[in-house]
Design a protein around this ligand. Structure first.
Ligand SMILES: O=C[C@H](O)COP(=O)(O)O
Length: 256
């Protein structure tokens, strides 16, 4: 069985209609290896426009649209929130859940993140579950404890069998937007730990779940990172705002 590779763009609170156009035309002649999915996650106002334009350009087989967040609640008095049903309505396939910026700035807890993963799966959306340690946590040797504590509540919430439909993005917080990338060896070591952690609960699930690396991935370092045994693609921030760079990164991914 070949494990799917995924390259996901997280535009964060950047971009506009002009970027939607530039990206769609920039990726028009993209050539991807088999078993590679590309996902672009713009801010909520651009989801529909991006999805439409991808379809018109006949790119919808290769390129999917995802949101950067979703509510764990079904509906109701939650001002400013967006539900899984609303995303379903827009034919969105993926959702980023528990990004470190959501955890640190908006105080999302691992319990809340687990509920969001559950809600996404119930709606047929593929959650990209973000996990990662801070610089201080790595320095004090707590990386594995922190990552386990971010993954286990999700397994407790959904059960290990359903975890086969989850994608994990490992993003060391100290590497996000800083230009400091984890070395490929360090990233591989951590990804291997994550896969082994899943394998303790289900080997089948561990072999199926794509593990993406995120944190200052760019056109120059993507090839080496994606060549690592347990790295199945990336979650790309800054470099995903430039069509040319993003295209190079997507082309470097391969299913394993
Ligand atoms: O979601 C993407 C990550 O936060 C990585 O961002 P970056 O590539 O700008 O470091």
């Amino acid at each position: 069985m070949t494990r799917q590779a995924i390259v996901a763009a997280n535009w964060k609170m950047n971009g506009d209609s002009a970027l939607v156009d530039t990206m769609v035309s920039g990726l028009a002649d993209i050539e991807l290896s088999s078993h590679v999915d590309v996902v672009i996650c713009p801010s909520f106002p651009y989801l529909s426009e991006l999805n439409q334009k991808i379809k018109v350009a006949n790119l919808n087989e290769a390129i999917h649209v995802g949101s950067q967040n979703v509510s764990e609640h079904e509906s109701g008095a939650y001002t400013g929130e967006v539900s899984t049903a609303m995303l379903q309505n827009l034919a969105i396939n993926y959702v980023i859940v528990g990004h470190s910026e959501r955890r640190s700035i908006y105080k999302e807890t691992s319990t809340q993140v687990a509920k969001k993963v559950h809600a996404a799966l119930n709606a047929g959306l593929t959650p990209i579950l973000c996990i990662g340690e801070s610089e201080a946590e790595r320095a004090t040797g707590e990386t594995e404890t922190v990552l386990s504590a971010q993954i286990q509540p999700v397994i407790d919430e959904i059960g290990i069998e359903k975890f086969k439909d989850v994608v994990i993005a490992y993003e060391p917080v100290w590497a996000i937007g800083t230009g400091k990338t984890a070395s490929s060896a360090m990233a591989q070591e951590t990804h291997q730990f994550i896969r082994q952690f899943l394998a303790q609960q289900s080997e089948q699930v561990a072999n199926k779940v794509p593990l993406l690396y995120g944190g200052s991935v760019n056109a120059a370092n993507c090839e080496e990172l994606f060549a690592q045994t347990d790295i199945d693609g990336g979650l790309i921030g800054g470099a995903s705002l430039k069509a040319e760079q993003f295209k190079i990164i997507c082309s470097a991914a391969k299913g394993k």
